[in-house]
Write a protein that binds this ligand. Sequence first.
Ligand SMILES: Cc1cc2nc3c(=O)[nH]c(=O)nc-3n(C[C@H](O)[C@H](O)[C@H](O)COP(=O)(O)OP(=O)(O)OC[C@H]3O[C@@H](n4cnc5c(N)ncnc54)[C@H](O)[C@@H]3O)c2cc1C
Length: 303
Amino acid sequence: MSQNLEQKMREILGSGTLLLREPMKDHTTFRVGGPADYFAEPRDADQTAALVRLAVEAGIPWMILGKGSNLLVSDKGYRGLVIHSSNMNRIETDGNHMKVEAGARMAAIGKAAYDAGLEGFAPLSGIPGTIGGAVVMNAGAYGGEIADVLESVDILDRGGERRRLTAEQAELGYRSSLIQRNGYVVLEAELVFRRGNREAIRAQMEKYSAARKEKQPLEYPSAGSTFRRPEGYFAGKLIEEAGLRGYAVGGAQVSEKHCGFVINRGGATARDIYRLMAEIVKKVKERSGVTLEPEVKLIGEFE
Ligand SMILES: Cc1cc2nc3c(=O)[nH]c(=O)nc-3n(C[C@H](O)[C@H](O)[C@H](O)COP(=O)(O)OP(=O)(O)OC[C@H]3O[C@@H](n4cnc5c(N)ncnc54)[C@H](O)[C@@H]3O)c2cc1C
């Protein structure tokens, strides 16, 4: 690691945080992952852009981290700069519109929408990530998805320039977007809602929250659905049919409660999870001929 680079990052961040060799297991819901060389928490979009430009100039890898709820980070960690969006979490409501910074949590947006009597976010508010991570992959649940509420999104391109994309330009598809394909950074999103009845919104939120508790192994660390839904199938069902319910590699296990979730049942390494995912892909392919693809993003080296 270079002292010169560290110094430049500190100048950009001012009172913002820069940590060195920060364990990523403390920032992922799987609770695994080795150290990131540089771990920055910028206060705003300008600091974020300056960090991106610095990393590009210095030729080091960089990535944005939201809540780490869709990530598998290698035990060896990340040889580059992790930019954590946690301090960028402003939510501003204006009529039936909302401007939200990338690091705002889905639950906080759900609460703000409820407080303002705005409908359309209840199916999404239980997703345990940030709006930045959710926009990038067009997160969805219970028949809703980000595309339903996104009006526009401010992004940084890979060179660190800021631009606004309309929802249409962002090309949101099933767990995909142009932002993801081009490796852009989400800085801020503008959301639009319908006026609704607060009691009805609360009832919906409670219904979805109860459904999550009933169906998902929330008592264990995980990254949610490990695999994408293959067209015409459900990943969890294919995994179950391959006889893998409860199957374990080290501390990683196919959840007994929901076969679509790989969980850390205690003491798992990233390598355990990676090897279990590889076994699942192999056995499902043998049993059903379907190739599962990870939904979870793999960061760092696993081989
Ligand atoms: C218990 C559980 C339940 C879940 N349920 C659902 C569900 O119902 N539906 C669903 O879709 N997902 C679900 N997930 C997965 C996850 O919560 C979502 O994918 C979420 O949108 C990820 O957001 P994040 O902030 O945690 O992103 P992270 O995990 O931090 O990052 C994921 C990816 O997005 C990128 N990213 C993050 N922020 C930005 C940004 N500002 N700009 C550019 N790129 C960024 C990262 O670089 C990375 O590639 C669940 C996960 C868990 C643990």
